[in-house]
Ligand binder design. Sequence first.
Ligand SMILES: Nc1nc2c(c(=O)[nH]1)N[C@H]1C(S)=C(S)[C@@H](COP(=O)(O)O)O[C@H]1N2
Ligand SMILES: [Mo]
Length: 330
Amino acid sequence: MRILRRRGWEIPERDATPEHLVTNRRALMAAAGAGAMLSTQAQAQWLFRRDQGATDPWARNPADLPDLPPAMRNARYQPGRAMSPEREPITFNNFYEFGTDKGIWPQALRMPMRPWTVRVDGMVEQPGEFGVDDLIRRIGIEERVYRLRCVEAWAMTVPWTGFQLSKLLEIVRPLGSAKYVRFETAQHRESMSGLRQSWYPWPHIEGCTIEEAANELTFMPVGLFGRPLPPQNGGPFRVVFPWKYGFKSGKSVTRITLTDQRPKSFWETLQGNEYGFWANVNPEVAHPRWSQATERLIGTNERVPTRLFNGYGEFVAGLYTNLQSERLWA
Ligand SMILES: Nc1nc2c(c(=O)[nH]1)N[C@H]1C(S)=C(S)[C@@H](COP(=O)(O)O)O[C@H]1N2
Ligand SMILES: [Mo]
């Protein structure tokens, strides 16, 4: 099938970033180059890049990457809705290091997944560099079915395999002075053509408070649908905050730093008025350019109401009771 690739500057006028929201040159460049996240209309018009000969979105690099050890599903986390059809989450992705459209999986598959280490440093008693296979063996893995809600108002429900971030924190033992956790993600120049777009503030940084990091929901996936996490979804190792907009869930993490400074994230640097530090899901707080009241389930295109904290309030609402002066919903 022949498809035309629609470029960022072809998105309709009404979806372009209004001038008054553009706060700096970077944001202006990014908006012009489709760096701004897309409204629903623009997503619907977005056509997949042709797949450049790759045919299997599960293909592994290296090809002999081992299977994960078996993992039990944790029944404590009930998604309350159907799993997304498997092909959709692994072929419809946001991963700007590989490009700004949703069809980056063939490029992502060129990123080598071994060896892969994560450095854990900063305000901890036991800093270290950990191999991802060693962490899997040492901590053990489980499966959790979580909802993920992108700020662009699409959503999915998928089984991640991995471990709670708190288990890794127990190994390195944060100092009392640590208040925040900063996540830095991979920069593999040979496969990540997006890194050449110099107006983006690479590397991709994300952050949360130490209380959020220690929350039972904060999960470090190494697998998806029972298989090793493919690079387009942040393989081999990522973070997931299921109650926050998806951009907080940094992919392909290489470094985790405990600090007393609030990290300034990639999206916050780019356009802080639209994408802030907290970014908790709230149906009643609209994005400056679109409503967040409903979401589209990828795979079925069903439209359903958005839920406060993406439906995870019972686990996380207590984290925010003393933070009412913060911009919690953007
Ligand atoms: N390093 C990195 N992590 C990232 C992104 C990115 O561009 N780069 N995109 C984010 C966004 S906007 C979303 S919605 C989720 C998407 O994850 P998924 O492709 O597994 O659905 O990843 C997040 N993590
Ligand atoms: Mo997103």
